[in-house]
Design a protein around this ligand. Structure first.
Ligand code: AHM
Ligand code: MG
Length: 340
């Protein structure tokens, strides 16, 4: 007999439905977080549409200004940033927005006493140097509950990553994929452009425990600390593959699905690495940990780092548990290994 699947068991769940279901599960939810996630979803759809038409509408290339990190802003960095600022800035309960593209946090609601405010931090268009070659790029976001103990409203963004209430990214690749955690596992959605909705394609996503692949900018090898060079020697002697897109979202997405380790080590030019703690490393670390992997800054958990500045950088080592552990062994040799 033909082994048919009962269609009533094959739910169709959009991101919107998913967020409503989550809200119902978290009995105390005011609905504010749902509104924020819906603003992020709308932003992702607008940005995805803009990206597809970028070459046709001549919005590729530099915007002519540098951002606060001294990097050339692409026109699409500015467009994506404006979309997110508009979509999120209008939502009730958003206290502070912070972006890679803005020097300071933007205070939306100057009301320190408000009960249920949130801070949303984002990198509007990560990997934007890939845009001119139609490469993969992404949006990364982190949501924190507003900390009423902070001395100024804007300082509330300076919380360790383990206080994130939601985090995720949107990968604009051959399809547009949104990966989300609200602290109870990781779910994945794909944009169905024919109906304009993100459809859930994976629940409780788990990263493979191992993966024979490393991902980092090997062109910087000469200036990596010795431990990273030792790891690369070990990986190459053991038949590992190398994969590097140069857009964190694309590299982390592949690592999440296929296993392996993604790294951005310290270099001579960038002694703290290149990636930003609050809106790149923290949200990715939460996703990876929620999927059963590990995320380290080379000494300890990224999510435990107490931030001191909005745009501070951190080294990043994240991915499959066994692979991160292997890198850590090379970075912090065990006393026995040293004695041998
Ligand atoms: P961006 O946020 O300005 O685009 O920079 C971050 C990007 C990451 O996506 C990627 O992992 C890294 O920079 C690549 O840097 P490099 O070219 O030094 O390898
Ligand atoms: Mg970035």
């Amino acid at each position: 007999m033909h082994d048919s699947v009962d269609p009533t068991r094959e739910e169709i769940v959009t991101l919107q439905t998913h967020v409503l279901q989550e809200k119902r599960r978290q009995a105390d939810a005011s609905g504010t977080l749902s509104w924020i996630l819906s603003a992020l979803s709308i932003s992702a759809k607008i940005i995805a549409a803009q990206l597809r038409r970028a070459r046709l509408e001549n919005v590729l290339g530099a915007a002519g200004a540098e951002n606060v990190q001294g990097e050339q802003q692409q026109k699409l960095d500015v467009i994506a940033n404006n979309v997110l600022m508009r979509a999120l800035g209008a939502r009730d309960g958003v206290m502070v927005l912070a972006s890679e593209e803005a020097a300071e946090p933007v205070v939306i609601t100057e009301n320190h006493g408000q009960e249920r405010g949130y801070c949303v931090l984002f990198d509007p268009l990560d990997g934007s140097s890939n845009l001119d070659v139609a490469g993969g790029v992404g949006t990364i976001f982190s949501v924190l509950r507003h900390d009423r103990r902070s001395s100024r409203t804007e300082d509330s963004v300076l919380q360790p990553g383990d206080r994130q209430v939601a985090a995720g990214y949107v990968f604009y690749g051959s399809s547009t994929v949104l990966v989300l955690t609200t602290g109870e596992g990781v779910d994945m959605f794909v944009l169905d452009t024919s109906i304009g909705a993100f459809i859930r394609v994976e629940r409780g996503l788990k990263i493979p425990a191992t993966g024979r692949c490393y991902s980092l900018n090997e062109g910087n090898r000469q200036s990596f600390p010795a431990g990273y060079r030792a790891y690369l020697d070990w990986a190459q002697q053991n038949g590992y593959s190398s994969r590097y897109v140069g857009a964190m979202v694309a590299d982390v997405h592949r690592t999440l699905l296929q296993g392996g380790v993604f790294m951005y080590p310290p270099t001579e030019k960038a002694p703290q690495g290149k990636l930003r703690l609050l809106y790149e490393a923290n949200p990715m670390a939460m996703i990876i940990e929620q999927a059963g992997g590990q995320a380290s800054d080379g000494t300890g958990r990224i999510l435990e780092v107490q931030p001191t500045a909005l745009h501070q950088r951190t080294p990043v080592v994240l991915g499959s548990s066994a692979e991160v552990a292997r890198v850590m062994e090379c970075l912090v040799p065990s006393p026995e290994a040293g004695a041998a």
